[in-house]
Design a binder for this molecule. Structure first.
Ligand code: GLU
Length: 429
């Protein structure tokens, strides 16, 4: 038994405090660990990130002011391969959130069967308030400061909330200066021209659609007759809309951070995209009604895709969810209490570490192409991604059926088992 006693520390809820994302991540882990009767030493190691870098750094604004920002990189576990995970820019980023997200990445990569561990980074900033030059300076400074712990075989960042291929281009360029090499494999989600992969931008949404199709097959839901609501119409939600529509699903509601729209006869991807481009927000699309983000979750639909941020399905609204199938496009949208309520109601929930693993899986395909200096066609990438997603879904489905648990716990049992095996064979425990 290791010397820490984290399992036995009082849970925040019992002390009347609000649970952090990290508390939730540990709780989810603990459910599976208890079910598996996981070795206590393995548990101790997996409950905490291996290393967290916390950085306070100055950025010069266009008007000459100097502002101090805070950013983090949490590396949870690298038993299965180099650390992997995105970097997000958001005003609510905290060290606890980044720790949780890094742990989720460990399970996500294990579920997907790709040779990576889990990491995550974040900067506490509202990028919408910064000019492009300010964002560039912030990105370059942050990346040069974390460059001591990242690298193509150590830790490979990628886009996440409010970061994109441009951010990755700055990261790669900055790292290449430090490394004195053209190190394109240090980040994934890059622009195509500097080594990005075809299909990476749409990959997370594509993966969500593949898992929905697989679940529908098992649950005998006819997708051609199914309706769907998507919360969040960013990189994940918008492409999930596109691919679900291709699969015959009628998407009747979508939303962004300012609110949503609902149209019973269906919202076509192209019409929503054109409206969003013209108006910058989704609201007021002709012949649809405006709804709130909360109302969207409770709509009478067959499929619900929360693809925005954490903690949106909680014990307060889980009983009002009408969808039969929930696919977590976002990381951490459902609390453990809500998980229980949904499971008891007979709702099938495809957990984040499976449903949104298409992004990191295509990051893996991008990394492989970078290391080999060869380029696959869009069809080839798509084919490989679909195969990865189908296999991951089948493994998680099988584990949850065998253990008679919800799919999140099934996914955890499957993922933790792999990480444990790698740690054991490497001689860590
Ligand atoms: N940020 C994405 C995620 O949460 C992608 C991570 C990656 O590609 O490394 O899965």
């Amino acid at each position: 038994m290791l010397e820490t006693t984290s399992k036995h520390e009082a849970a925040p809820s019992s002390l009347g405090m609000q649970k952090t994302q990290y508390d939730i991540a540990v709780e989810q882990f603990q459910r599976a660990a208890d079910l598996m009767k996981l070795d206590e030493n393995v548990q101790e190691i997996l409950r905490k990130p291996r290393r967290i870098l916390s950085i306070n750094f100055p950025v010069k604004m266009d008007d000459g002011r100097i502002l101090l920002y805070q950013g983090f990189r949490s590396q949870h576990n690298n038993a299965l391969g180099p650390y992997k995970g995105g970097i997000r820019y958001h005003p609510n980023v905290t060290i606890e959130e980044v720790k949780a997200l890094s742990m989720w990445m460990t399970w996500k990569c294990a579920v997907a069967g790709i040779p990576f561990g889990g990491a995550k980074g974040g900067v506490t900033v509202n990028p919408k308030l910064l000019s492009k030059h300010e964002l560039e300076r912030l990105s370059r400074t942050f990346f040069s400061l974390i460059s001591e712990i990242v690298g193509p075989f150590r830790d490979i960042p990628a886009p996440d909330v409010y970061t994109d291929s441009q951010t990755m281009a700055w990261f790669m360029d900055e790292y290449s200066k430090v490394d004195r090499n053209n190190a394109n494999a240090v980040v994934t989600g890059k622009p195509i021209i500097i080594g990005g992969s075809l299909g990476r931008d749409s990959a997370t949404g594509k993966g969500v659609a593949v898992t929905v199709e697989e679940a529908a097959r098992h649950l005998k839901i006819d997708l051609k007759k199914a309706t769907c609501a998507i919360q969040g119409w960013g990189n994940v939600g918008s492409f999930a809309h596109m691919f679900l529509e291709e699969a015959g699903v009628k998407v009747v509601a979508v939303s962004d951070s300012k609110g949503g729209i609902h149209k019973k006869t269906g919202l076509w991807f192209n019409e929503v995209a054109a409206h969003k481009k013209k108006n910058t927000s989704l609201a007021n699309l002709p012949s649809s009604e405006n709804i709130t983000n909360e109302e969207l979750l409770e709509l009478d639909v067959d499929i619900l895709v929360p693809a925005a941020l954490e903690d949106v399905i909680t014990e307060n609204n889980a009983r009002s969810i009408k969808a039969k199938l929930v696919a977590e496009g976002a990381n951490g949208p459902t609390t453990p209490e809500a998980d229980d309520i949904l499971f008891k109601k007979g709702v099938t929930l495809i957990p984040d570490i499976l449903a949104n693993s298409g992004g990191v899986s295509t990051s893996y395909l991008e990394w492989v192409q970078n290391l080999q200096h060869l380029w696959w066609t869009a069809e080839e990438v798509d084919h490989r991604l679909t195969a990865i997603m189908k296999k991951a879904f089948a493994e998680v489905w099988k584990t949850s059926q065998e253990q008679n648990v919800d799919m999140r716990t099934g996914a955890y049992v499957y993922a933790i088992g792999k990480v444990r095996d790698a740690m054991q064979i490497r001689g860590w425990v």
